[in-house]
Design a protein around this ligand. Structure first.
Ligand code: M6R
Length: 604
């Protein structure tokens, strides 16, 4: 959470910083601020605003800030509510050092007390302000050495950016647990939390690893380890351009990303099939149990993955919330495969649970979208989902890509372990290749879904029901709706409804029923009957033409028939994304940046 960007070069820093912040806003949007060295490099100018980057931009309009070295921050509040005082950058007592920070300093309270005893006063409630004062307190005439000393005193996971009038021709960036990349330009260099922030200016990057520190001047970047020893790091070039991170005519990123799915599915399939020799497939004979760990939407993908892996690989699978798994004594051994699923590859809960399990001897396979992200580098094996940047806070295209990757992982592992034949595997390949066509069919239902959204957007609660492979999709439909529309919604396995949630049903409750014509269709119909008998509003998603389901449905969203029931979870996800999207838009909610959320959750 929180986005950092820093610039040193030949341009005016403010527009570069503001552009960068806009692209990082998905990481938090409670307040934003910049710190720029003035033209004479004698003073640090700090400007902050509560709210979004556009509020800061409007506030800065017409202000003449000409410096070309600066750092900036967009905040997702952890310590202290959104306010000007708590907004970053934070400045040291004498005004000589400014700091931006992403992450949490766990021992900030004791450091604060120590600094107060030394005469420092604090203007904010943040943990970050201690870093600025501590650098000032320990400054020994060498900013790099001082930041290294400070790093040894800070506990927690964080990334920081530092500028100072004491050594005005540099920016220092330090990574310990939270992401930070360096962008390499001609006569200019950058730091940022993520690539899109600076993709307009360069395509050449270095990813900092944990406990690495970068010293940027206009013409040079040097990387050191935490002991101050210089390191050589090879830059990499990204091949996607900034258009991939723009709305491209759509009203919201979320809508664009929903509509991108036929393409992202094609890319995910192509990516997987170009990587069939991934070493993970040669390890399966050593594996006795699999644990899938993830959070939020990625966790829901894991719940579906369990069905496929158990069916095709015939190894028992447990799926757990990463935040829970990390703190329970689950026995792992070198015969355990952890599958850590994360779009961003930066989710702290997932990363640290995977790191712990790996330390105990387990092998870790990560399924990640962001290439080069922390989790991908902390794993034994990686499968990428090849979706390009996902900017909307609500995960959409990356969810369907995670499902496809899990299905393909199960099928390929099934092939390797002799549970399915080469021709069966090839047959699945063909069926999956047809998915983009099916998703285009679903997208044609958009208008009907919008009309249904108009009818029910005032409902106070929603229930989502599914069975078998599709009950996790009911969970996901409910999560999508609640996170962007703020309507209370619950997902339930339909067969479990009678054990409690059925009490919620009355004539005001829309119940979204996932009723594909699969092997559990008849059971699902019985559950829909139960809803109907209690006057619930039945909204079905089905490819069935049966009279019975038509009569039971107050509303019906048509999904295409599929050649294999494994494809239903993917096909059913898309109308649920559209339903949540339209309801949120009708309610006037901020679809791409819902309140209290951040795209990348880098705190525990
Ligand atoms: O980047 P990750 O996949 O690890 O993120 C996990 C969750 O934070 C994420 O899926 C979250 O639930 C989304 N906002 C859901 O739309």
């Amino acid at each position: 959470m929180c986005g950092i960007v820093g610039y040193i070069g030949h341009r005016k820093a403010v527009p570069v910083l503001l552009h960068g912040l806009q692209r990082l806003e998905y990481r938090g949007y409670d307040s934003a601020g910049i710190a720029v060295l003035d033209e004479n490099k004698k003073q640090i100018i700090i400007e902050k605003q509560v709210g979004k980057v556009k509020d800061l931009q409007e506030y800065l309009w017409g202000k003449d800030i000409n410096g070309s070295i600066g750092i900036a921050h967009t905040r997702w509040a952890t310590h202290g509510p959104p306010s000007i005082e708590n907004a970053h950058p934070h400045i040291s007592k004498s005004g000589t050092i400014a700091v931006v920070h992403n992450g949490i300093i766990e021992n900030y309270a004791s450091l604060k007390e120590m600094l107060i005893n030394k005469g420092y006063t604090f203007k904010s409630q943040t943990d970050t302000e201690v870093i600025a004062h501590l650098i000032e307190d320990l400054y020994d005439g060498n900013l790099l050495n001082t930041v290294l000393k400070v790093a040894k005193q800070l506990e927690g996971a964080y990334a920081i950016g530092v500028i100072s009038t004491l050594e005005p021709d540099k920016i220092i960036g330090l990574r310990k647990g939270s992401p930070l990349i360096v962008g390499l330009g001609e006569g200019e260099n950058f730091i940022a939390s993520d690539i899109p922030a600076i993709l307009e200016y360069t395509k050449k990057f270095i990813t900092l690893d944990d406990e690495e520190i970068a010293v940027l001047t206009k013409d040079k970047v040097e990387i050191y380890d935490i002991n101050g020893d210089k390191k050589e790091k090879k830059p990499f070039t990204v091949n996607w351009d900034i258009a991939a991170a723009e709305k491209g005519g759509y009203k919201h990123f979320m809508l664009k990303e929903i509509y991108e799915q036929p393409r992202t599915i094609t890319d995910t399939l192509a990516g997987f099939f170009s990587n069939l020799d991934n070493p993970v497939f040669r390890q399966l004979d050593k594996i006795q149990n699999i644990v899938i760990i993830a959070c939020g939407t990625s966790y829901h993908a894991g719940l579906v993955g369990k069905f496929w892996i158990e069916k095709y690989v015939k190894i028992p699978v447990i799926v757990d919330y990463a935040s829970e798994f990390r703190y329970r004594d689950f026995p792992v051994s070198d015969k355990t495969l952890i599958i850590a699923i994360s779009q961003s590859g930066e989710t702290a809960d997932t990363r640290f649970a995977a790191i712990d399990a790996r330390r105990k001897g387990a092998k870790v396979l990560s399924i990640v979208n962001v290439v080069g992200s922390s989790l991908s580098r902390e794993s034994d094996y990686v499968l990428y989902t090849y979706c390009g940047p996902e900017i909307g806070v609500a995960a959409t295209k990356t969810f369907t890509a995670q499902l496809i990757t899990l299905l393909l992982f199960a099928l390929k592992s099934g092939l390797e372990s002799g549970n399915i034949t080469a021709s069966e595997f090839e047959e699945y390949h063909k069926k999956l290749n047809h998915l983009p066509v099916l998703i285009n069919e679903v997208l044609k239902e958009d208008k009907i879904i919008e009309e249904i959204s108009y009818k029910y957007h005032n409902a106070k609660d929603f229930l989502f029901l599914g069975r078998g492979l599709n009950y996790p999709i009911a969970f996901e439909g409910a999560l999508k709706l609640k996170e962007i529309s703020y309507i209370h919604a619950e997902g339930y396995p339909a067969g479990e409804m009678k054990h409690g949630p059925i009490a919620l049903i009355d004539e005001n409750l829309p119940v979204v029923c996932l009723a594909p014509k699969d092997s559990l269709y008849e059971k699902m119909i019985s559950n829909i009957q139960e809803v109907k008998a209690r006057k619930g509003i039945v909204i079905t998603l089905t490819d069935s033409e049966d009279k019975e389901i038509k009569e039971l449905s107050n509303e019906a969203i048509k999904i295409p028939s599929v050649s294999d029931e494994n494809l239903y979870p993917i096909v059913l996800s898309v109308p649920l994304q559209l339903l949540a999207y339209h309801i949120a838009v009708i309610l006037g909610k901020d679809v791409d940046q819902p309140r209290n959320l951040a795209k990348t959750v880098t705190v525990e």
